[in-house]
Design a protein around this ligand. Structure first.
Ligand code: UD1
Length: 340
């Protein structure tokens, strides 16, 4: 088995993917600058996997340091590049912070490998905006981005596609995530939002544990069955497994060309009110919520067509919204007793 470099390896999706890579028999090399993660995640990973993952604190925007790091690890066989800023609202207020970090890090990584590596990139369903057809397939038009964050995902995909076109030794899969939620079933790792969570599920768990006030449902006048907005929520453990499948595809000769894109979702949409209900029924906790106005920039409904990922990656999401909510809740309770 190979050695996989996981950038952003102590982050939410990075840490869950590290576990699945180790479970699948890969060696992992984690790097992070802890700008949006906690060093304690490394201890948690060791408890979960029984292995002490190799870790280096590294700022990927420092080109020389990235070059030196890659030169010192000639046995790396693949890269999963998670490291990026991801807060939509912050990106509107600080666009250069987002463009600088998300592009420099990606470009430095590709350059350090001399455009000769297998690379999996974290993209997002945000590139589709409000799709014209649902479920949305990978062929759907990319819409004008609603935020600098969304734009970094679109442009990063273009950077990768254009570079692959002239670099046959660079093999890339961009994974377009729908809405990643949930936590590892050990409850030892999960999402660690800084400040007031902007995303629905961390807000729900923090509200339920008493850290926040009532939940506001952003709009109940959408053209959806219950009026609240619909998303394709996906369990972060399923997402981690999909990254292993993507690395395996790059290692095999199966890929079509050297640049491919796959949706990662469940293929099923859930409304905000359905998510609230799933949380209540799976945990037995009652939530306090009120209906508020729509949030600016939100799309009405989006869920993914996952046919291509089932065929190309041999992967399918297995965990449902109840398991997503219960695991997120168990993680929130763990954090209360074991603050980071
Ligand atoms: C956003 C980003 C997506 C990113 C994801 C995770 C866009 C369009 N989407 O997704 O790219 O991958 O965050 O970081 O940029 N909601 C409430 N009350 C709340 C919070 C949310 O009702 O307190 C609703 C939202 O209006 C939305 C749904 O819950 O309908 C999900 O929201 P959220 O978790 O923030 O994710 P997205 O906005 O879908």
């Amino acid at each position: 088995m190979g050695k996989i470099l996981v950038t952003g390896g102590t982050g939410f999706i990075g840490s869950h993917t590290a576990v699945e890579l180790i479970n699948a028999g890969y060696e992992v090399l984690l790097v992070d600058d802890f700008s949006n993660s906690n060093p304690k995640i490394l201890t948690q990973l060791e408890t979960i996997t029984g292995q002490n993952p190799d870790f280096t604190e590294l700022d990927l925007c420092d080109e020389q340091k990235v070059t030196d790091f890659v030169a010192a690890h000639p046995d790396i066989t693949g890269v999963i590049h998670f490291a990026a800023f991801k807060a939509v609202g912050e990106s509107v207020n600080f666009p250069l912070k987002y463009y600088r970090n998300n592009f420099y890090s990606l470009i430095n990584v590709i350059t350090a490998f001399n455009s000769n590596v297998n690379l999996v990139f974290s993209s997002s369903c945000t590139v589709y905006g409000q799709p014209d057809q649902l479920p949305v397939t990978e062929d759907a038009a990319v819409k004008v981005a609603e935020s600098p964050y969304g734009n970094t995902k679109q442009i990063a995909e273009e950077i990768l596609r254009d570079t692959c076109a002239v670099s046959p030794d660079l093999k890339v899969i961009s994974l377009r995530y729908f809405n990643p939620v949930g936590a590892h079933n050990s409850a030892l790792i999960g999402e660690l939002p800084i400040g007031v969570p902007q995303n629905l599920v961390p807000f729900i768990t923090q509200s339920a544990i008493g850290k926040r006030g009532p939940i506001t449902v952003f709009g109940n006048d959408y053209n959806t069955p219950d009026g609240s907005a619909v998303r394709d929520y996906i369990h972060v453990v399923d997402l981690g497994k999909a990254h292993v499948a993507a690395i395996q595809r790059l290692e095999s000769a199966k890929a079509e060309g050297n640049y491919e894109v796959f949706n990662l979702g469940t293929g099923k949409g859930s409304s905000v009110l359905e998510i609230i209900q799933a949380f209540e029924s799976s945990t037995g906790e009652k939530l306090d919520y009120k209906i508020g106005p729509r949030r600016e920039g939100d799309v009405e409904q989006v869920w993914g067509d996952v046919t291509k990922s089932a065929e190309g990656l041999g992967w399918k999401a297995e965990l449902d919204v109840n398991e997503m909510m219960l695991s997120a809740w168990n993680w929130e309770k763990y954090l209360k007793d074991n603050p980071f």
